[in-house]
Ligand binder design. Sequence first.
Ligand code: AGP
Length: 622
Amino acid sequence: MCGIMGYVGKKQAGPVILDGLSRLEYRGYDSAGIAVRDDSGDVRIVKAAGKLKNLAEMTQNGSSLEGTCGLGHTRWATHGEPTQTNAHPHISLNEEEHSGAAVVPQVTGVHNGIIENYQELRIKLLRHGYRFYSDTDTEVLVKLVDYYYKKYKVGPIDALAKTMVRVQGSYALAVMFADYPGEIYTARKDSPMIIGVTEDETFVASDIPAILKYTQSIYYAENLEMARLIPGQAIFYDLNGDIVPKTPQIAEYSADSAEKGGYEFFMLKEIYEQPKAVRDTISAFTPDGEVDFSAEGLLPDDAKNVERLYIFACGSAYHAAVLSQYVFEELAGIPVRVEMASEFRYRAVPLEKNSLAIVISQSGETADSLAALRKAKEQVLKTLSIVNVSGSSIARESDYTLRTPAGPEIAVATTKAFSAQVIVLYLLALWIGSGKGRMDRERCREYLEEIRQIPEKIEEILSDKTKIQWLASKFSNAKEAFLIGRGIDYAVSMEGSLKVKEVSYIHSEAYAAGELKHGTISLLEKGTLVIGILTQKDLYEKTLSNLIECKARGAYIAALTGRGNSGIEETADFTMYVPETAQPFMGSLALIPLQLLGFYISIAKGLDPDKPRNLAKSVTVE
Ligand code: AGP
């Protein structure tokens, strides 16, 4: 997803903006640009297709642009090719200077989001004499601001308000006006935007890591809110142009937690942070030794009243939901319906009353998951979000929020946040199960003790990765792989498959082991990698027979199972063992070797696992 960054203060803006954009690279992009306004009022704009280093080289890391007020952007192409012309910032002039020469547009802007009615607005603006140099919706948006600013002559906030009323879609918009030197104006709807302040500087960005180095005092811009940013101050306005008093919050993590901490890649760092993330998550929701969500507003009686669960999510968060379905059924004894948010949001699904709708999202900004949340609220269901980012859109629009204390997750491929989500779901299952009398306190305590031991069991798995590294190098040139399992193991295969796919680009497919013989087994050839996940004792023999069927057709069998099932070695060509824990919780452990497998295949192929091609950390467009 695009990243926006703006700065106004005492420093030269260029280097601050480039630094901030570099901390947003994980969001995924294919071009970048910067605009800095110098003391004479001229705005110098430099843009480049490709990686941020191209822009850094063109601007000596931002230092060639003089001025203390500026905007920057990393663009993930939606409307228009990833070219220099389509890169942001965009301006209100009809022609655009690319040579880096100073131009003085009335309005210069950067935008993250999608303007859905940009075509009709483009036609309107053409009728009013505007011309367009790019294919982007953002250029239309910036020119529309300019149009209202010139037509009504009531200033930037009014021009932005009129623009917000007119456009449909999502935007985190930051603009500079030629008539207002040393100021930045913002408007937000549905796309993430945070604003940071120090004593004499103000920042705007798409996500906290961009500004953590400078300040932890941040504001979360609300939907349809505008702001005027001057050095050290942010003044917020509603759609009527009335001032909205806001108090800054302290960011929940420090700058170095968003750094690599000695690891070469964020993904490996975050894989190794999982024991801590799981430990912190357990203690966050067991304040007095028992599962307790009352600090989040969920009281024991609320558990008793939950008749059914709906869980909506995307990607890995969806896999966490699928994994938890088996655990809720086992421990809480209630029906659970899991839906991909991107599917659910367009379906006519009658939701049962007395149900709890759970939305899982690491970023808390995924557009489809936010839409699913809003759809559930329309049907008057109580909503609970599990997010890793406080203050995110999904958190703010839910009735209840359980925040995973996993810390900032920078790598596009989620690992520690996923594990923390799964732990929260385990605790929720215990909370509902005991609240509904399905298990007594002693049984609940026994399960909780098993969960408490998960972090050290993850540490044990992480302490010996040599076998995984060997398997990764053996199959780094594979064209395809299959991961199969039943029950919880099937959910594990889904997430394991995505980890392999998204960072190593091997076409990996997760399959319910019992389904293979209904067609897919025709794809197996000699040497095809089939990873069997067999942690569920009651399904072990079934999955083992499926692996034997695959082996009979020439597949290379890698088995992932609990320690003690050494009999698997008679069938498997390669075996990964994980420590045992209570059966419902084995998924937490089985995932770890598969995360490592994806990472090491990516490394073996010389890829960058932190920034996989075509992907974004948070998909804030549908
Ligand atoms: C997982 O590794 C991917 N990064 C992706 O599938 C991600 O889980 C999905 O986009 C959902 O993101 P969210 O958790 O921030 O909503």
